[in-house]
Design a protein around this ligand. Structure first.
Ligand code: URA
Length: 203
């Protein structure tokens, strides 16, 4: 059943009390998903970045800004989608004063799968867009996925369509302007496809 608009499927307090793995120790706070209870599209990222960790909201840092641009170009209003992450605490290593992102382990992803599953069940989206391989593995509950295959063909999973695309951070990491633009356009194309699939499913 979709969550009532005013009650998030997973609260910050629940995430802050979570001891399913040890990532809570170094993170500032847990970062729950955000978006309307009746969202028909859910976007799943990997884990909060440094800005998200500080602000307590998903996709508010550089990757989030690029994602906002991609959503805009795809004709999707950010306020209509539910955005969350496979892992709810920021995992990083310190380099001097900088907190550098570290990919979550399989165990951390599995531990946090409890919260992601809860969000999926409560929001009940028609289409899930996994941003990157970590998100795709978490959403599908698989140890490995082939991102390129999932970008070309959405997968039916528990009665929903799951499609994957590049993570916006991957676009930001590209060293040439051309590669960055091509990666961005691929994300936009995937989001457009998600919107088309959602309209078809919801019709
Ligand atoms: N990267 C993610 O995967 N999620 C965020 O919320 C921010 C950056």
């Amino acid at each position: 059943m979709p969550a009532p608009a005013n009650k998030p499927p997973v609260s910050r307090a629940q995430l802050n009390a979570c001891r399913r793995c040890t990532l809570w120790r170094d993170a500032t706070q847990g970062v729950p998903g955000e978006g309307p209870g009746g969202a028909r599209i859910m976007l799943v990222g990997e884990q909060p970045g440094s800005q998200e960790d500080l602000q307590g909201a998903p996709f508010v840092g550089p990757a989030g800004h690029l994602l906002d641009e991609a959503l805009h170009k795809a004709g999707i209003d950010r306020n209509t989608v539910y955005m969350t992450n496979a892992v709810k605490h920021f995992k990083f290593e310190l380099r001097g004063k900088r907190r550098l992102h570290k990919t979550p382990s399989q165990l951390e992803m599995e531990a946090c799968g409890y919260w992601l599953e809860r969000e999926i069940q409560r929001i009940d989206p028609l289409v899930i867009v996994a941003l990157g391989a970590t998100a795709a593995r978490s959403v599908l509950g698989r140890k490995s996925v082939t991102l390129s295959a999932m970008m070309d063909e959405p997968v039916e999973h528990d009665g929903r369509l799951v499609l994957a695309t590049y993570h916006p951070s991957f676009a930001l990491r590209q060293t040439s302007e051309e590669a960055r633009a091509a990666t961005f356009e691929r994300i936009v194309a995937s989001l457009r496809r998600a919107a088309r699939l959602e309209r078809k499913r919801g019709a």
